[in-house]
Design a protein around this ligand. Sequence first.
Ligand code: NDP
Length: 237
Amino acid sequence: MAVFSNKSVLVLGGSRGIGAAIVRRFAAEDASVVFSYAGSRESAEQLANETGTKSVMADSADREAVIDLVRNAGPLDVLVVNAGVALFGDARELESDDIDRLFSININAPYHAAVEAARLMPEGGRIIVIGSVNGDRMPMAGGAAYAVSKSALQGLARGLARDFGPQGITVNIVQPGPVDTDMNPAEGPMKELMHSFMAIKRHGRPEEVAGMVTWLAGPEASFVTGAMHTIDGGFGA
Ligand code: NDP
């Protein structure tokens, strides 16, 4: 039997990019997968049809929507919080409301989703949040808010790992470097600069990140918790 047969997996932000690769990978491994989306209804419906998964519209900026989504999904074996937004620009010029929205999606939603999931999660449950190597290293100006949000996830993992450890639930952060998605296209204007920081001078593929996520969600990772798992082509080396 496949490792994830009969396992219930919820992916927050699964309609595109890394999240879609995670949905595809769990579906291919026979899990029962529900994923959320906010703006990309068409992509979400297409992915759900292709993979036999279920898509649900739920804006991660809305705390109650996130909590309801997790609660309505029932007892989860695996929660993956992938939904995230990036906002770059001079900190003195960015709109405060936009920064607060980023914090809501990138910090508040993972926290509330993780806590809600842990209320019903069985022993052996897995909580995995997609952070960023920018939680460790922000080598460019203009990314402070994004870096704050991804560093905050490190505290989330360390703290909640201790809260949920006695229940046999692990909490981990996956920290990608540049990955080829709509958020960070491999042929985008920042390509040369980003690759200059890396040991492996290319963007990662969403499937490479999905591979790390499924390993953390599987039985081989039962002793791994409260930890950051960087997959960045050496961006932070
Ligand atoms: P994309 O912008 O390509 O995709 C983002 C996904 O998150 C989409 O499915 C989107 O759904 C969903 N999402 C965004 N905002 C919301 C929201 N408010 N509510 C629900 N879902 C939402 O990004 P990536 O795939 O590149 O990024 C995925 C994660 O990986 C993010 O957390 C990002 O910070 C992180 N990351 C990405 C890196 C990269 O280089 N690409 C590097 C390091 C980390 P929809 O379109 O339906 O709103």
